[in-house]
Design a protein around this ligand. Sequence first.
Ligand code: FAD
Length: 412
Amino acid sequence: MDGTKHHHVIVGGSAAGIAAALAMRQHGFAGRVTVVESGGELPYERPPLSKSITGGETGFLRPIAPREAYDEHGIGLRLGTRVQALEPQHRTVTLDNGQVLHADRVLLATGVVPLTLPVPGSGLSGVVTLRDVRDARILAARLSGGGPLVVVGGGFIGLEVAAVAREAGLDVTVVEMNAQPLEGPLGPTLASRVTDLHERAGVTLRTGMSVVAFTGTDTVTGVQLSTGEVLPATTVVVGIGVRPDTTLAERAGVHCDRGIVVDQHCRTSVPWILAAGDVTNQPNPYLSGRGRIEHWDNAQKQGAVAGAVMAGVQESHTSLPYFYSEQFGRTVQMYGRPVAEDEFVLRHGETDDGFLGFWTRGGVLVAAAGMGRPRELRAARTLIERGNPVTGEALASPATDLRALARVPATR
Ligand SMILES: Cc1cc2nc3c(=O)[nH]c(=O)nc-3n(C[C@H](O)[C@H](O)[C@H](O)COP(=O)(O)OP(=O)(O)OC[C@H]3O[C@@H](n4cnc5c(N)ncnc54)[C@H](O)[C@@H]3O)c2cc1C
């Protein structure tokens, strides 16, 4: 598609939105492309916000692309501007300054917003969430004043902040409702390998308990647990999950169900509107059904598919889900998303030298997670994508050459 006279508007300038804008140009769309982003910064990557929060702004604020790239590709950026409404009947996009844009196609890449804890004291200064660079600036300033830091919720973002704060010498406690952090994504065996890293580094883990209040007058001074105990805190990071930002979509009549419901081409129930990234409830051949995939890699790849589709190329988003996390100088990586019924086998994990675990379902590999085992993980990725028959015994044995298994022609 050339589409010289067309105008495509992207709401949300982050991983999915920017990937879509660049993909439109790669696929030859020659019309106008406008990205409307409520944040005021040149679009930046979010993963460094939690990993480099103690390294100063140059450490955590990393642009997705230099400013010149947007000029070079003719991508208009409307930063510090919020889209207030979409009107499919008139094909208009209303901005918060009252301006109305005509759009031939709209992409919603509005992402997610962090959940807050509805307990007394949650509005105290020093009780923060971490989603954008404004949050990062506030958190970085507080951490530079020292601890103790309490992290509520042992998910990846919370644990990454815990790790860097501990490395900077702060007293850090992680409070987790479940039996241990990361059990949901990694399962108990691999989760314990990651939490071991934290305990060895001196992070205190308080598991199986919840937070009932934050104490303090203007600024937080403590975190009250369900046991009645109060942990001292000068800063609290609440990392208990996110909700998809579906407000605009719902108002525009788009079908939403725990996210904006899209098909493999990023199309929503309203033909004028596509959606991509964390905000979508998407079908994926590697998920049991559909769901949200809140990872950088997915947002970029799905965004690129949306851009292709908007440029008139019918691509499908079918990528294997992937994420990574960095803690204490180690990288945890995972492909696929296991379910409780899958069979788990551990291949490496008895030493401090990293770990590697697999999940199988019906005689094929469906997910793999590891730390410090990049080559085997890459082979596992190919095995998952190819769907070749495997046995748990073969996967568990370090003598099995995964790359040889992965070279067998695909059966999927
Ligand atoms: C601290 C942190 C660390 C992370 N680390 C990792 C990691 O290590 N590995 C990994 O795989 N993933 C990581 N992630 C997740 C990853 O960043 C997300 O998956 C990715 O950012 C999703 O991109 P997105 O474009 O879908 O949405 P978002 O990044 O959420 O962006 C949505 C954008 O839409 C804008 N917006 C919303 N509504 C409007 C509106 N009405 N008008 C204009 N603009 C609007 C928002 O301002 C926002 O910038 C991390 C996330 C965070 C917050």
